[in-house]
Structures are given as C-alpha cells and as structure tokens.
Design a protein around this ligand. Structure first.
Ligand code: MG
Length: 424
C-alpha cells in the first residue's frame, strides 16, 4: 500500500537500480493519486544513476509497453486492477515482454544497502518528454484492424484507457458511448477490477441503448472483458475460448485453471498450460512461438501483434469480430462447461505446513493424473480440479470443471472439503 511499503524512497532506490542496468528508460503511470509522486521519485533515482528518462505521462500499460520498443526499458507505475491505495512498478523489455524472474531478481539485488551510488554531477542523466505515445499506440492498432460500424459502450472505470479506447473505436468507425472515461486515481465510479459485480452500469447501459457490445477495462488497460448485445456479462472464460478458437493453428498457451473446452474444441492444437499470471503465459508463448495466449482474468496476448497483454488492441479486435456477427451468436458455437471457482483462507504462518499436507492428501481424491505446474491440477475422466495457493493472498484457490453440472459441483465439493480439512 502507498505510504506503507510503497514510498517515494523505495521508488528512488528502484530508479537507481534500474538506471544502473538500462541507460534509456521510458516512464509512464496510470491515474492513481500516488502516480506523480512515485514517477518523480523514480525519475530522480534514474537521473542520479546517469540514465536518460523519457516521460510519457498518464497512459495505459500497453501504450507504455509499445513505447518501450524504442528504449532500453519501459517502467510503468501501476497497480493494475487493485484498489486505489495500492501502487507498484512493472518493467518492460523492448520486445513487449515484462521483465522475467531473472531480470526482476537483478533489480531487487540492487535495492537497499547494496544499491548503486549516484554518478558525479557531470554525468547525471537528462529528462525528456515523450509526447504522442497514445497516438502511436492508436496508429499501431489501426494499421492492424479493419473497420466496424458497431455501436459500442466502453467502460474505462476512470482508468488509464480513458484517453485511448473510446477514441480508437471511434476512429475504426464505431458509434461509441464512453462511461467513466475521465481518468481519476480514486476510481470513484467502480472498483478497477473488471469482474461481473463491478460492471452493472455497463450491462444496463448496453441494454438501455440497444448497443451491439460493451467493453470494460481494468485500471491500467492490459485487461479487457465484454458484455454481449443483450447486456449479459461475458467474462474471461468464454472470451478466452472465443479468441483462442479464432487464433489457434498449432499451439496456444493458457493457465492451468482454464476450461477444457479448449482441448475439446481444438483437435490437433497443442494446449500448453502454465502457472497463473500473464508473465508466465507470455514467456511460454514466446518460448513455443505459440499462436495465442490468454487468461480468464481478461488478459490476451496476440504474438503477431505484441507479447504485451493489450486490452486496447483486444477491444479493437473484438469490435472487428462483432462487425461479422452478434457476440452472443459467436459464443453460441462454443460449448460452455460448468466451472466452479472458490477459495479457502488460511493463517499465513501455516503456509508451508498446509502445502505439504495438501501434497500428501490430494491423491486421495483418486484422479487419473496430477500435474504440479502451479499448485495441483487433478484430471478426472469427465473433468478436472485445480488446487493452488494464491500468489498474493493467504488463500487456497480451488477451481473445478466438468462436462456435466452435477459432476463439476461434486468435484468442487470434494476438493473444497479436502482443503478445508487440511486448513483446519
Ligand atoms: Mg492490469
């Protein structure tokens, strides 16, 4: 949280650390109230280390990642979909991939006591503005999508996409009604996470205006979810299947807890399952030269376009698809299997003990196979269960899917019962 672990001192140290590794750094931020403070602190550390700083101001994460193509690295100050009191830093390589584990460790090793010292007065870096990043991003997308006359409602959630998605869709030929499209770092209109319970206004507005489509982003615009022409929230699992089916030729990459509708609908296509997290999906997409990568949270990677999940491009692409047919019709061809998700909280101090106990106990559910890419994925004849510790909270996450409703509920209940027994 800003003021606790996230401070201007930390961001100055991060600037010194990053500046000792990368010489030309482009810096952006989402509209959070702490953004200008942290951006100034980061720039101060970068300049003190002798790096050149290029400031793009308030932009979406994919806008910054695209601008990073021309520099040694991109630094985005954002807490993505999290509440307004949070903030953080995400670093981008020129190829559109966020820093991998090795690069992050390299930055962390240069924080605190061992941090690099500043350079002498005559070597201090210079600071420049990088104007026009939003226009560059728009032009880049417009060169890669067609036109559409769809009537679209866009809910930017007062986030970073306020300055791009409504204008981009208008430039494609759409009739656009923009909601919450003024950047405001307190996120007064809705929680920045684009999940169903936060998108009631969008669903109602699509219905009331007879629009063809609703689009929603998270706070920094790497995520996109949709609402169909009847005002029904579509959500990540369905969109993942729709986009994957369109993109897949040889290989796609998804996290372990994505629907098995992908394997069932894509005979002959390799479906690679990774740890949950867009950085793991992007790394695997690059490693395997895959056709597509996506996460049910609403992050989509189109490698022919970029390795950065780009909710703005995804919105433009979906608008293109909706020009062909209604979204509900496009989705109607994709089977929908019942998928249940939930979680069981635990005391953080018992984490290791609980993980060991789960490893011993889960085989008693008698699965056909268990994989451990992220937590445990148990395969059964008609479905699967994923049990995995959350990366950010003291919770065990459980997801279960089957082709039949009753079986999905039974798998979920058995797994949840077992986890509750272990957590105690
Ligand atoms: Mg995000």
């Amino acid at each position: 949280m800003v003021g606790a672990e996230v401070t201007s001192d930390l961001f100055r140290d991060l600037g010194l650390a990053v500046g000792s590794l990368c010489h030309r750094v482009v810096v952006g931020r989402d509209p959070r109230t702490s953004g200008p403070m942290l951006s100034e602190a980061l720039a101060s550390g970068l300049l003190a280390s002798g790096a050149q700083v290029y400031d793009v101001g308030m932009v979406s994460t994919p806008t910054l990642a695209l601008a990073a193509r021309r520099y040694d690295c991109g630094a985005m100050i954002t807490a993505s979909h999290n509440p307004p009191e949070y903030n953080g830093l995400k670093l981008w390589n020129p190829n559109g991939m966020s820093f991998d584990a090795r690069q992050r460790e390299e930055v962390e090793a240069r924080l605190g006591k061992g941090r690099p010292k500043g350079v002498p007065w005559d070597s201090v870096g210079e600071r420049w503005a990088h104007p026009g990043a939003v226009e560059e991003h728009m032009d880049f997308i417009l060169a890669r999508v067609g036109t559409s006359e769809a009537k679209v409602v866009v809910d930017c959630g007062c986030g970073a996409t306020s300055n791009i998605t409504p204008y981009l869709l208008e430039a494609m030929g759409c009739r656009v009604l923009a909601l919450n499209a003024h950047p405001d770092g307190t996120f007064p209109a809705r929680d920045p996470e684009p999940v169903e319970e936060n998108l009631g206004l969008l669903c109602r507005t699509v219905r009331a205006t007879g629009a063809d489509l609703g689009i929603a982003h998270d706070g920094d615009g790497d995520r996109m979810v949709a609402v169909d022409e009847a005002g029904n929230y579509v959500g990540g699992d369905r969109l993942l299947a729709l986009l994957a089916l369109r993109e897949a030729k040889r290989c796609i990459v998804v996290p372990v807890d994505s629907s098995m509708v992908l394997e069932d609908s894509l005979p002959g296509v390799e479906v690679v399952r990774t740890r949950v997290g867009d950085v793991y999906v992007a790394e695997e997409v690059a490693r395997r030269n895959a056709d597509f990568g996506g996460e049910p949270s609403g992050t989509w990677i189109f490698p022919r376009y970029s390795l950065c999940p780009d909710g703005v491009y995804a919105a433009a692409h979906l608008v293109e698809l909706v020009a062909e047919d209604k979204l509900s019709h496009l989705l109607a061809n994709i089977p929908q299997y019942p998928l249940k998700r939930g979680n069981v909280p635990f005391a953080p101090a018992r984490r290791e003990q609980i993980l060991r106990a789960l490893a011993r106990a889960l085989p008693s559910l008698d699965p056909e196979a268990i994989t451990t890419v992220d937590g445990w994925r148990l395969t059964f004849p008609g479905g699967w269960v994923v049990v995995r510790p959350s990366g950010t909270e003291p919770k065990v996450r459980i997801a279960a899917e089957a082709r039949e409703e009753r079986e999905a509920a039974a798998l979920f209940d058995r797994a949840k019962g077992l986890v509750e027994g272990v957590v105690g």
